[in-house]
Design a protein. Structure first.
Length: 557
């Protein structure tokens, strides 16, 4: 999927971008990589061309043009614009090479940035290690020659020499549509760039996460070398913390008040509403982050719809639970479910009954004093750990007797069965989430199709279609994109109604909630059995190795 990025550059030294394109740079700091003699190292493979300029004197020619028109003198002026076209790594299987990407970049630049001095450079190694091919297009913000007026130009001066590149929302939509059309023509992987992202990650956040993860890994490395498990292994940006917290709070909230209170009590996040727009205050910040910058799933429209669905689901489940509690009791259940003797042929039925009556206990792992550095350094702490281990052993023995585990093999079989149940529930949850994502996409494009249908009908009836398209470019592009998507995903050529899609979505949201509860239930049960199983091994003097413990911990998660 090709994506388009735009960066406005205020640096007056045009040579910086030339050196970045030609020489190797550190992907985290952006600083050039030097060899042993202190010289810059050229990139292994790149393709460089210039439009209306020589690529190796781009900096001098841009400064001459700025001087001629007396522009780009102040510090706050945008001196150049940097566009990046990143192709999907899978496009290499479709015949895309660095040389072909360079040709497409030149075609794209000539079509969309006429009259500008332009550098086009293709790199074949992605900065994130994925190896994706990407094209850098750098234009001088000042136009060098007069050109014919284009549909994406809103002002008469946008086509005249001596005036600056004017990027508007309509222009950006045109650039994205142009890239999508080019990729479809070349049979490359492509997604809809005109649709707002459900989870929006900016360039700055991406690099902040990369730098933070690298720093965290460096901090954890000495701990891992000493045999100590780090408390935190995955770095989380402030925006990612907000997204995860909002997702969790919205899943269990049936009203705005519940959602707001859970965010504050559980995650220390303040929800602010201004003119119908949601913004969130991170506990470590003084300025709020808008829901729009996080993605469409964190804005008012999506969350309110989820609250309503949760409220209906909770009301239905409450009525069902009340009726079940009045009717069912352990004595009234079949004997196959009441039997707790884990004998051959009855294990699966008993496991099912245990899963139904599972209540999370307060059990903890028995600490291995041989691997506990703090206990070896402090005799008082070692004594404290020994007392704690005795309590956990006593709890473990009581648990085994209470649940009727006659042999260690029966406990091991139950633990293995719980792993299978957890995997099955996880797969069921993923399946529901995939179907929900698909239906959300259909609802989005259906709404986009209906919202712009009237404008497109006027476009079809207009006499001057070129002028009408220029005035309503964004609406027409959105309509055509939605129509194309719906046709590709329609059944027998018929488009589903919005009401039927919303009904199906409500059902899927209920299924997702039930699947998530089932998964959490199975996961907690598996984690508890893992603790019991590990404690039994410790009591019997068969303490598992560190690698075995880590692998079981991963399985319990």
């Amino acid at each position: 999927m090709a994506i388009l990025k735009h960066i406005a550059i205020k640096n007056a030294d045009y040579g910086d971008i030339q050196r970045y394109l030609i020489f190797q740079h550190d992907e985290y700091t952006g600083k050039p990589i030097l060899d042993e003699s202190g010289k810059r190292i050229p990139r292994q493979e790149y393709y460089l061309d210039g439009i209306l300029c020589d690529p190796f004197t781009f900096d001098l020619e841009c400064m001459e043009l700025n001087t001629h028109f007396h522009k780009n003198k102040t510090r706050d002026e945008i001196k150049s614009h940097h566009y990046i076209i990143s192709f999907d790594p899978k496009d290499s299987n479709c015949g895309l090479t660095g040389e072909r990407a360079q040709q497409l970049g030149l075609e794209y630049a000539k079509q969309n940035f006429p009259g500008h001095q332009t550098l086009v450079c293709t790199h074949t190694n992605g900065h994130n290690g994925s190896g994706n091919i990407h094209v850098h297009i750098i234009i001088n913000s000042l136009r060098k020659y007069d050109v014919e007026p284009q549909n994406f130009m809103e002002r008469p001066c946008d086509s005249r020499a001596g005036y600056k590149h004017h990027l508007t929302n309509n222009y950006l939509a045109y650039l994205k549509q142009s890239l999508m059309d080019m990729c479809h023509r070349e049979n490359l992987h492509q997604v809809d760039l005109l649709t707002s992202a459900e989870r929006k990650v900016t360039e700055n956040e991406y690099w902040s996460n990369r730098r933070g993860q690298k720093k965290l890994d460096a901090q954890n490395q000495p701990l891992i070398a000493d045999g100590i498990a780090p408390r935190k292994t995955k770095f989380e940006t402030e925006k990612e913390y907000l997204r995860n917290s909002i997702n969790s709070a919205a899943l269990h909230s049936s009203s705005l008040e519940e959602f707001q209170q859970e965010l504050l009590d559980k995650y220390n996040i303040q929800l602010k509403i201004s003119r119908g727009r949601y913004s969130y205050l991170h506990p470590d910040r003084t300025k709020s982050i808008t829901g729009r910058s996080l993605g469409t799933h964190y804005e008012k429209e999506y969350l309110v719809e989820q609250f309503e669905t949760n409220a209906k689901s909770q009301e239905t489940e409450t009525q069902q639970n009340v009726s079940e509690k009045e009717i069912l009791s352990p004595d009234q259940l079949p004997s196959s479910r009441r039997d707790s003797s884990f004998k051959s042929g009855q294990h699966s039925k008993d496991e099912e009954w245990k899963a139904i009556l599972f209540v999370k206990s307060n059990l903890h792992l028995v600490v291995n004093l041989q691997n506990c550095i703090k206990a070896q350094e402090s005799e008082a702490y070692a004594k404290k750990v020994k007392l704690s281990n005795l309590k956990e052993m006593a709890k473990t023995v009581a648990y085994i007797q209470e649940h009727g585990y006659d042999t260690r093999e029966s406990l091991q079989n139950t633990f293995s069965e719980s792993k299978k149940n957890t995997d099955a529930s996880r797969n069921a949850l993923k399946d529901v989430e995939e179907r929900l994502q698909k239906i959300n996409k259909q609802i989005h494009y259906t709404g986009q199709y209906l919202a712009n249908k009237s404008v497109y009908a006027q476009f079809c009836k207009s006499r001057n279609k070129g002028l009408f398209r220029k005035e309503h470019y964004t609406e027409i592009a959105l309509y055509e994109t939605a129509r194309k998507f719906l046709k590709e995903h329609s059944i027998d050529g018929k488009l589903p109604s919005l009401n039927s899609l919303k009904t199906e979505k409500s059902k899927l949201l209920e299924d997702k909630k039930k699947a998530l509860e089932a998964y959490q239930h199975c996961k907690n049960y598996q984690k508890e059995l893992h603790i019991i199983y590990s404690n039994v091994n410790s009591i019997l003097g068969e303490i598992p190795s560190r690698q075995q413990t880590q692998s079981r911990n991963r399985g319990a998660r």
